[in-house]
Design a protein around this ligand. Structure first.
Ligand code: NAD
Length: 372
């Protein structure tokens, strides 16, 4: 028996970090007693496949992801001016990947202003201002929404001009909030975490963020073994910068989640080491937070850590917890030793001792083999 994993190699730096990650994942399971091997399938997405398939996300790719136990995806470039919004948004919506998980952890050896941070961001992925319900200023649709709002809002009117106002709608539902807050608590419980913090702006947006807070409290009532608290988003930003060690699992609606995940990635040393996962009831895609960095394409230069750590999350997700933990330790050892790391992890970015993407993976594999 093997785990069926679909890999999307992406474009730009994607194929290089994907190959480095695939080799590390194979080594992690091969060197862990009792772990099942990975049976890889490969699917295409991004600007490269667009030329032949006419779309950056072919139907076969969606089918291949659905057929697999999990998917690991390297970054893809968002094509500009094609009318296609984003491969990532499309994937999340069509596969119902409602939870975005972003662990932010300090690894000694990564340059950062803080030490000992170990936070997990749980971001709702489908609702909020990112639901894509927007009306462009000057269009008839925007005008009609403007009129409806002004006719029904009991004296609270949009004061700017009918033809000069763009409108975005922020849907937040009981169902959407319930399932993401429950996800955060279940994650906390399964991973030995002590506290969940729910973030909102309920003092201003009473019917959306107010609902979020009310449902967060209701769900929290069912998890008495995990501490619960809430924070207003602006205060949360300040607290994270001043005392990040106070926080553990943080659950947020889509927009605040997007912003705070980058803030927290910054706390632990930036995008090069920030892994991520998009998880739903029927599937999961694991991917680095960073993009396809096209200017570094084909140079065997960039840091594979964020995708390798995303692979570590995938191993845990498919039940290979020991292999996942071993991969994390091997990667952390290489980073701490600071020798076989890419240019961005050296004190001086022009340091000639920096190794390439695939050589950093080789060093992690050697660690895994040495510490069987
Ligand atoms: P980016 O993350 O690709 O790159 C920004 C800069 O960060 C790079 O120039 C590089 O200096 C640095 N960087 C990124 N990854 C690195 C790594 N692994 N090692 C070392 N340095 C690294 O962001 P961008 O330039 O804004 O986006 C490029 C493309 O990627 C865009 O088309 C964007 O839409 C897409 N994108 C895709 C994803 C995804 O597929 N998940 C995520 C974000 C952006």
């Amino acid at each position: 028996m093997a785990h069926n994993v679909c890999m999307i190699r992406g474009d730009g730096i994607g194929p290089e970090i994907a190959e480095a990650t695939r080799r590390c994942l194979d080594a992690a399971v091969a060197t862990t007693r009792g772990a099942k091997p990975i049976n890889w399938s490969f699917a295409e997405a991004g600007v490269d496949v667009m030329e032949t398939a006419g779309t950056p996300l072919p139907e076969e790719t969606l089918e291949a992801i659905k057929a697999a136990d999990a998917c690991i995806k390297a970054p893809v470039t968002t094509p500009v001016g094609t009318g296609f919004r984003s491969v990532n948004v499309h994937l999340r919506q069509s596969l119902g990947l409602y939870a975005c998980l972003r662990p932010c952890k300090s690894y000694p050896g990564v340059r950062s202003r803080y030490e000992d941070i170990d936070l997990v961001i749980v971001r709702e992925n489908t609702e909020d201002l990112y639901a894509g319900i927007e009306f462009e200023r000057g269009t008839e649709d925007a005008g009609q929404v403007f009129d409806t709002i002004n006719a029904t809002s009991k004296g609270k009117k949009i004061v700017s001009g009918r033809a000069t106002t763009g409108i975005s709608i922020k849907p937040i539902s009981v169902e959407g909030t319930e399932r993401i807050v429950r996800f955060a608590f279940e994650y906390a419980r399964a991973n030995g975490r002590r506290k969940v913090t729910s973030v909102h702006k309920a003092n201003i947006m009473k019917f959306t963020d107010g609902l979020w807070l009310e449902i967060s409290r209701e769900v929290a009532g069912k998890y008495t073994d995990i501490e619960f608290e809430d924070r207003i988003v602006d205060n949360m930003c300040m607290q994270l910068v001043q005392k990040p060690e106070l926080y553990d699992v943080i659950v947020l609606p889509n927009l605040y989640g997007d912003i705070l995940s980058d803030l927290c990635a910054g706390l632990v040393g930036g995008l090069g080491v920030a892994p991520g996962a998009n998880i739903g009831d029927k599937g999961a895609i694991f991917e680095a937070t960073h993009g396809s960095a096209p200017k570094y394409k084909g140079q065997n230069k960039v840091n594979p850590t964020a995708l390798i750590l995303s692979g570590m999350l995938m191993l845990r997700h498919i039940g290979e917890t020991i292999a996942g933990d071993r991969l994390e330790r091997a990667t952390a050892d290489i980073i701490r030793e600071g020798k076989d790391v890419t240019y961005d992890m050296k004190l001086d970015r022009d340091d000639p001792t920096a190794v390439g993407t695939s050589q950093m993976a080789d060093a992690i594999i050697r660690k895994l083999e040495a510490k069987r």
